[in-house]
Design a protein around this ligand. Structure first.
Ligand code: ADP
Ligand code: ZN
Ligand code: ZN
Length: 673
């Protein structure tokens, strides 16, 4: 007997011999096995299927050990893995690697048992409670709830479009409750950074030990616990998790909720599978016969477009809970203030005034700046030399606290040079402003004000992150300065002012989605102001104060923004009117890569004609010492993905068979963001 086995490497499967001593009486599909590969490697893999077809022309090795008596991957997962591999154009091995906790490798497991036992009392114990406390919905919430239920009668997907603080979470809770009482499972997806203790506690209060949490900042042992529980006969009924939780085993899934549906971090960028958790969740729900509710205050164009075409149900909530007012967004013309030399760092006189008033009233403030570090880069004042990463095509970011220059792509870190290596000059200018620099400016402008900073640098671990949120909630600081991270799912009682220091960097990104994204991000940040007690005040500083997009943001006019942007999308054949697939080629040798990319472009054009654009150098054309080229494929939305895949993979094979293409790496990004 032979077995095809998926290994955690970028291939679909390998065939092994099942030695007679190991031949179990039952089917091995879905069980873990230990196998040798190459001269001296040992891997844990998953049996995809068993058969009796002798492989031709290869030496077949034997399985060393079978680790499970019962499958750890179920049929629902196999079907879903195959769909992910097909749709996102990657081998099954990559999908398996993403789907299984690292701790399912046998070597680690013994060690993990111990640490897992010690830890369990910490994490879950305190969260257990079985009191169901679902709160009285408000009339608008009740209407929305009934509309969702009615829409689910005829549609499998519904978009809940509700302004920030309209009480969407409360509606989710009621729906979850209904599905659980019907004996169904529910998956509640949140973007990574929104999965805070705040939401976990709120749901835990209602669902207690029927709920499991799955987070990427969890240890491997914690993830293994959740995975095993889901594969057992008594799985959690509700999973609250980040994008990778779509890969858990489900047995009776009835509802998937994708909160903050528009959120970009649902897309996995690196490594493969480069899947979009929202889109994959829709497929998962479809395969399980489950419903999907997509919730957001600012829908992605892809989803809103489907809702407008009637393919998704559409339910709106236009009021905040208890009729609380939406924040007023006041636009401050930073260009004018700068011309009059009134700016102090990134602070306009108006922002300073509003902040001082709030501080006097003992209210809290959130400042949003979407760039971490101190400055974007440093520059020699004498000759203009700028330090760059030796491995990537980017400038190094200054981190003043640690006196270092860091590459935000590969992590390369070096000291600030004493002299410019080009001209021996000793003076450097800092260009651009990051969160660290803003933090440094606060004491000079607001005497006695205390600050907290929340960005990637200050939240390396989950506890750091939660401490910042708790401290700010308990008014341990007056001002919270942060990147994107401060925009998500946080609910602070006492924040009356939100300052957006510089809206222009986001708006000016060379990306067809930059306006859509800026609208989404800035609406989210603005939504942090004035929850619960009084309407908040948002100061939005920009150098393009009279542009249409700023007007749309400040008047919260989603429809107008959508309408004007869609005209452009249609004109230039961008999503949602076309689907995009990026084909990436990577190689150490820039010239050879150029030649190979042109060659591949020509082969692709023979099949796809002018739907192929490029090759081009992407904005960052070298990462981790590898040069990169990109080809873009724009296809009509109704095109069969199977045909596209076959054509792409056959051309990929031709390319990799070229003698010069020995270490060429080709990969795909389907529906890139
Ligand atoms: P959204 O998810 O739409 O931003 P939330 O669900 O977080 O809004 O609700 C905003 C606030 O209103 C929260 O503090 C929440 O506790 C409160 N809230 C919402 N609905 C109810 C309700 N039915 N009863 C009591 N409080 C509610
Ligand atoms: Zn110099
Ligand atoms: Zn680098």
């Amino acid at each position: 007997m032979f077995a095809d086995i998926i290994l955690p490497i970028p291939f679909d499967s390998f065939t092994y011999l099942v030695p007679p001593t190991l031949q179990p009486t039952r089917d091995m599909r879905g069980c873990r096995v230990v196998v040798p590969l190459g001269k001296n490697k040992i891997y844990t893999g998953i049996v995809l299927r068993t058969h009796d077809t002798t492989p031709q022309g290869v030496e077949v090795k034997e399985i060393l050990e079978v680790l499970d008596e019962r499958p750890v991957v179920n049929e629902q997962q196999f079907a879903f893995w195959q769909w992910l591999a097909n749709y996102y154009l990657c081998p099954l091995g990559d999908v398996m690697k993403a789907a299984l906790p690292g701790a399912m490798k046998p070597k680690d497991e013994a060690a993990l048992k111990e640490s897992s036992r010690r830890r369990r009392s910490l994490s879950i114990g305190s969260l257990c409670s079985d009191n169901v406390t679902v709160r009285p919905l408000s009339p608008p919430q009740q209407t929305a709830f009934s509309e969702i239920e009615a829409a689910f009668q005829s549609k499998s997907t519904v978009l809940l479009h509700g302004v920030t603080s309209s009480g969407k979470t409360e509606i989710y809770i009621h729906l979850i409750n209904n599905y659980l009482s019907e004996g169904k499972q529910v998956l509640y997806l949140l973007p990574e950074i929104a999965l805070t203790t705040q939401i976990t506690e709120r749901l835990n209060h209602v669902f207690g030990n029927r709920m499991g949490v799955y987070h990427s900042k969890f240890t491997d042992a914690q993830r293994l616990d959740v995975y095993k529980r889901q594969a057992s006969s008594e799985p959690y009924r509700l999973i609250l998790g980040v994008r990778s939780s779509i890969l858990l085993p489900f047995q009776n899934l009835g509802l998937v909720i994708v909160d903050e549906e528009h959120e970009q971090s649902y897309k996995q960028q690196e490594p493969a599978p480069r899947y979009h958790a929202r889109d994959a969740a829709l497929m998962l729900a479809h395969m399980c016969g489950a419903k999907t509710l997509l919730g957001t205050a600012t829908p992605s164009f892809e989803v809103y477009h489907q809702a407008r075409k009637g393919r998704y149900g559409y339910v709106q909530l236009t009021q905040r809970y208890q009729d609380m007012q939406l924040p007023t967004i006041e636009v401050v013309d930073a260009k004018e203030a700068k011309r009059k030399k009134l700016m102090r760092g990134l602070f306009s006189p108006r922002l300073i005034e509003v902040m001082r008033e709030a501080l006097d009233r003992k209210e809290q403030i959130i400042l949003f700046q979407n760039r971490r570090g101190f400055s974007s880069f440093i520059e020699c004042k004498q000759c203009g030399w700028v330090p760059r990463c030796p491995h990537c095509d980017v400038t190094l970011t200054l981190h003043k606290k640690t006196s270092t220059l860091t590459c935000h792509y590969c992590g390369y870190t070096t000291h600030i040079p004493e002299r410019c290596p080009a001209c021996e000059g000793e003076r450097f200018a800092t260009i651009g402003t990051g969160t660290e620099k803003i933090e440094e400016q606060i004491p000079k402008l607001f005497e006695g004000a205390t600050t907290l900073r929340m960005d990637l640098d200050t939240t390396r671990s989950r506890s750091h992150y939660e401490n910042i949120i708790n401290d700010f909630s308990n008014h341990q600081a007056d001002i919270l300065i942060g990147t994107q991270m401060v925009t998500k799912g946080l609910d602070f009682d006492n924040v009356s002012v939100v300052g957006i220091l510089d809206a222009d960097t986001m708006l000016n990104l060379p990306d067809f989605r930059s306006y859509e994204r800026s609208f989404q991000t800035l609406s989210q940040v603005a939504g942090r102001a004035g929850r619960k007690h009084h309407a908040g005040h948002v100061i939005l500083q920009t150098r393009s104060a009279d542009s249409d997009i700023i007007r749309q943001i400040s008047s919260n006019d989603y429809w107008q923004m959508f309408y004007t942007q869609m005209l452009e999308r249609q004109m230039f054949s961008y999503p949602p009117f076309r689907r995009l697939i990026y084909v990436y080629l990577r190689h150490r040798d820039d010239q050879l890569l150029e030649h190979l990319a042109i060659d591949m472009g020509e082969r692709l054009r023979k099949v796809f004609g002018d739907r192929i654009l490029g090759p081009d150098r992407p904005p960052i054309a070298r990462l981790h010492s590898l040069y990169i080229r990109k080809l873009m494929l724009k296809i009509e939305p109704q095109t069969s993905i199977d045909k596209v895949r076959q054509a792409l993979l056959s051309i990929q094979q031709q390319m990799l068979a070229l003698p010069v293409a020995k270490s060429l790496n080709i990969y795909y990004d389907v529906d890139p963001l």
